[in-house]
Ligand binder design. Structure first.
Ligand code: GEK
Length: 242
């Protein structure tokens, strides 16, 4: 279903929420709003397969409709792994249930959907945790604590896969990336009104950080190796290895 959430003028434009309207059009919204989204999701599955350890947990934190959990299920071979996919949006979890049951024949790995807050859900025995475009929506002050908790609950040799929209310290680069990003949205059929209204709704909801800040936080948490494996414009993904 086509995303037209911000197509008509809003009289009172509230903060962006992962409500039923958004959940309904989410596959179209994310595909037209995130350059390289398919690569991020596919890449997360491939990397998960490389680092998944037998009899461990694979977490998809902020799963939305379960795309990254499904990508892990398709690729991971390690025996005894359990995929836990968490989201605090009830409409997302309900739709994820249908989406995943439709894809059930594509893999033989169970995916447990959990309606919960990634900041409070217990994490344990992880070999892979994924934060695919989720950390950016969490209150700024809780981000380091979550990354540290993921680190503590990850087995040696396990990984955190982080993908985010970023900003840049250099104002010229930040503006260039933003302008090119809007070109991407225009090319995908979004109007100036849609781009402007969504931008306003996301203010203080999606708070991007610089690549340097992300890498520093991952290292400070204890991850021994941090590598960028993906970038398109202002979207980047890293693998952090314990
Ligand atoms: C994908 N990873 O398709 N606890 C749990 N979930 C949360 C929280 C929280 N505290 N805050 C936000 N979310 C997905 C895409 S979307 C990214 C992730 C985007 C959830 C929120 O409900 C939403 O489903 C998701 O994080 C972010 O690979 O829309 O740009």
């Amino acid at each position: 279903m086509k995303d037209a959430v911000f197509a008509s003028p809003f009289e009172n434009l509230g903060p962006f929420q992962f409500n039923d309207d958004v959940a309904q059009v989410f596959p179209d919204m994310i595909r037209r709003s995130v350059p390289g989204y398919g690569q991020m999701v596919g890449g997360a599955g491939l990397l998960a397969a490389r680092y998944a350890q037998s009899d461990s947990h694979l977490y998809d934190l902020g799963t939305s409709l379960g795309a990254t959990a499904l990508s892990m299920a398709r690729h991971v071979q390690a025996p005894g792994t359990r995929i836990l996919a968490i989201d605090n949006s009830q409409p997302m979890i309900e739709r994820a249930r249908n989406f995943l049951s439709e894809s059930r024949s594509e893999h033989d790995r169970p995916i447990q959907l959990i309606h919960g807050d990634v900041l409070t859900q217990p994490l344990q025995n992880a070999s892979v945790s994924v934060l695919n475009l989720t950390l950016q929506f969490l209150p700024f002050e809780s981000r380091a604590e979550l990354v540290e908790r993921i680190y503590r609950n990850t087995r040696p040799g396990g990984v955190l896969l982080l993908a985010e929209k970023v900003t840049f310290d250099d104002p010229e680069q930040a503006e260039w990336a933003q302008e090119c990003y809007w070109d991407f949205k225009r090319a995908n059929g979004y109007s100036e009104l849609e781009i402007a209204q969504k931008r306003t709704a996301l203010e203080n909801v999606l708070v991007p950080e610089t690549p340097e800040d992300h890498v520093a936080r991952l290292r400070k948490a204890g991850f021994a190796t941090v590598r960028c494996w993906f970038q398109t414009l202002n979207f980047m993904a890293w693998i952090a290895i314990k």
